[in-house]
Design a protein around this ligand. Sequence first.
Ligand SMILES: Nc1ncnc2c1ncn2[C@@H]1O[C@H](COP(=O)(O)OP(=O)(O)OP(=O)(O)O)[C@@H](O)[C@H]1O
Length: 275
Amino acid sequence: MRGLRMSYGAAEVLRGVELEIRRGEIFTLLGPNGAGKTTTIEILEGFRKRSAGEVGVLGTDPEKGGDAWRAKLGIVLQNWRDHNKWGVRELLVHLGEFYDDPRDPDELLTAVGLAGQAGQQVGRLSGGQRRRLDVALGIVGRPELLFLDEPTTGFDPEARQEFHRLLTRLAAEDGMTVLLTTHDLVEAEKLAHRTAILVGGRIAVCGTPAELAQAVQAPSQVRWQEDGREQVLATDDPSRAAWDLHKRFDGPVPGLEIRRPSLEESYLELIGRAA
Ligand SMILES: Nc1ncnc2c1ncn2[C@@H]1O[C@H](COP(=O)(O)OP(=O)(O)OP(=O)(O)O)[C@@H](O)[C@H]1O
């Protein structure tokens, strides 16, 4: 994506998004509500016409992508959920018929942990099971690139962890590229090879988990007692600040405390600043 812009009427949602996602990567697009994550995904899928900028998905402009291009994409449409009366396996078999070389439905069900629900109606699956089915539907045609829009919303921690394992395994085994959106920094950090933070219509930060932690790190707070009250200093180098204080006090510093913000606090500060 180069200079990707998108406006809905007068509202400019994407204001020059620059992003490159590599083949075989699990990439998360992280951002607050309304940041434009779904809009970006829909543009990449070819479902939404951008206002400006250049976009290439598997070497093709999504606005010009034909059936052969589309067949290489794993797209999870929300309206599969309308197939509530269908059996789980039945739906997978049916969708597989649209592809030249679909995955074996039983292997697929085992891979996503739904073998026990093969005969169950889609409408009777739990929230977590439906998301697993989403992934199964997304990968039935052996896509090169899988798009997932907030796939783990509503998951309990265990389901989330299992889902992460599933995606990691699929990406590693098949060399599939996965682009998913999330609000959850911790999820992005655990799952993704790289993450981009979308805020204010632009990419604020992009990198590996370590690079992200470094880039979003908000200042630490150094607190101590002096002149009968608590003093607070915000600094990027708390160790140096503590050392300076020790020198100034020529010994122990009363009530000295160093507080490093959590990654989540840093992220919240970053999106607050950039919005
Ligand atoms: N079809 C549309 N017409 C007008 N405005 C829209 C349309 N779709 C999205 N928007 C607006 O564009 C902005 C970005 O929406 P989008 O759904 O892309 O954000 P998001 O990052 O996916 O949000 P969330 O995390 O809440 O799902 C929002 O302010 C939304 O109201």
